[in-house]
Design a protein around this ligand. Sequence first.
Ligand SMILES: Nc1ncnc2c1ncn2[C@@H]1O[C@H](COP(=O)(O)OP(=O)(O)OP(=O)(O)O)[C@@H](O)[C@H]1O
Ligand SMILES: O=P(O)(O)OC[C@H]1O[C@](O)(CO)[C@@H](O)[C@@H]1O
Ligand SMILES: [Mg+2]
Length: 503
Amino acid sequence: MDLSLANPPNLHLSLTKSLSSPFRFRKPLPFFTSSVSHPRVYSSITSYYHPIKAQSLNQTNTPTDADDDDDGFILEDVPHLTNFLPDLPTYPNPLKYSQAYAIVKNTFVSPEDVLAQQIVVQKGSPRGVHFRRAGPREKVYFKSEEVRACIVTCGGLCPGINTVIREIVCGLNHMYGVHNILGIEEGYKGFYSKNTMELNPKVVNDIHKRGGTILKTSRGGHDTKKIVDNIQDRGINQVYIIGGDGTQKGAAAIYEEVEKRCLPVAVAGIPKTIDNDIAVIDKSFGFDTAVEEAQRAINAAHVEVESVENGVGIVKLMGRYSGFIAMFATLASRDVDCCLIPESPFYLEGQGGLFEFIQQRLKENGHVVIVLAEGAGQEYVSQSVNATEEKDASGNKLLLDIGLWLTQKVKDHFTMSKKMAINMKYIDPTYMIRAVPSNAYDNIYCTLLAQSAVHGAMAGYSGFTVGPVNSRHAYIPIGRVTEATNVVKLTDRMWARLLASTN
Ligand SMILES: Nc1ncnc2c1ncn2[C@@H]1O[C@H](COP(=O)(O)OP(=O)(O)OP(=O)(O)O)[C@@H](O)[C@H]1O
Ligand SMILES: O=P(O)(O)OC[C@H]1O[C@](O)(CO)[C@@H](O)[C@@H]1O
Ligand SMILES: [Mg+2]
């Protein structure tokens, strides 16, 4: 079987072979139509998947019945420029001549390499969903001197954004000899309303040591048509988009427009979010750094409350809809008595309520530390302050301050009940955990992400996201990472570990 998409001359051969291949594909519902009828319509950025029962394509692109012995293998593929530009020429990958890669046994990823989404399986279970493995391909679809790339960063900050920018620039330059790279300033709106900056290895040399993004970022302002007009006007043919779920939806919209206009433009999404709420990928970059930084706040709270009588420490951490930062920071710390996250409802009064728990811990231990994700208990705050729902420029709901609300509630409870006098220490390190530079682990992770994106774009994939799936980097259809939000599963063992660690 041959999964090669990177080789038009062999295309028919590939597809003919795949006729008898045991691969099942998952086909998108066509919410946009390709102007060119081409077998690679299997590739998808849409969020609308429906699995087709054992099916393959013949050369006229008509679904035919396939063998029943495919073991339930599904490839969720990413789009390729040849979907709508079948005659694009190819070139040998310059890495072939790289001294650094000279001793590598397999410099290029085999077109047949795929990664399984589920690696814990039972005997006899279907082989399930697979993604294309990321990495350099033997043939590329761009001449180095003709590449005009751009990078944009959108949404909230996250440790490691500058490292990703640096490694895209250095990867393009050192591995592929690309010299023409533009930084788009201030997010999506920067395409049509801001300046650009020339990026080269010298300009980005030190930026990984700094938090934030040298390109600046923003929310809102995504105007697909204006953005693609601008891409066209500037002659850009590779677009690297770093951002969270909203940004990736924007990247999908840009790719759709690129496809509609039949532009030879590779659109690569690099997922970014401090909340670790992006589906499919193992973990988002910067998350580790943020958890590490959160330890400092928890340590401070612990030191404070341990040093006074009846000390109650509350630490508020980021996490809009997902409590991953709070959960991992709690698990790592061992000083936390209670972790409140959006996924796990809680109540204050009565038996089993938070007040009772605090009182009990104070009696037993003399102090208590509570870690609180910002998205937890939002319903209580909105009821009590009668707030109207406000949104940010991207349409995300603005959260109410659960930290201050809970702090006041706990204080009021103990004052009014006269049961014991407490010493409240409230720490809100919110932005501090995401404004720091990335740690060593995240720096390496960011490098791999950036290089995977560069290899994918050079290989002609477009409208894809990169990310680790079971520790190996994959090209993932954008729709797959935006269709759902990754949340803490209370039925998983990790949450049980947390409950065990906090007693
Ligand atoms: N459905 C969408 N279609 C097109 N563009 C979108 C969509 N949702 C969001 N965007 C754009 O993506 C950019 C970033 O979105 P948002 O502010 O939601 O942050 P994000 O990428 O989700 O990152 P994070 O949540 O981690 O801060 C904004 O410019 C916004 O206009
Ligand atoms: O930067 P802003 O607009 O204040 O947004 C903060 C939000 O961004 C995130 O860091 C990522 O979505 C959330 O955890 C937080 O609620
Ligand atoms: Mg988001």
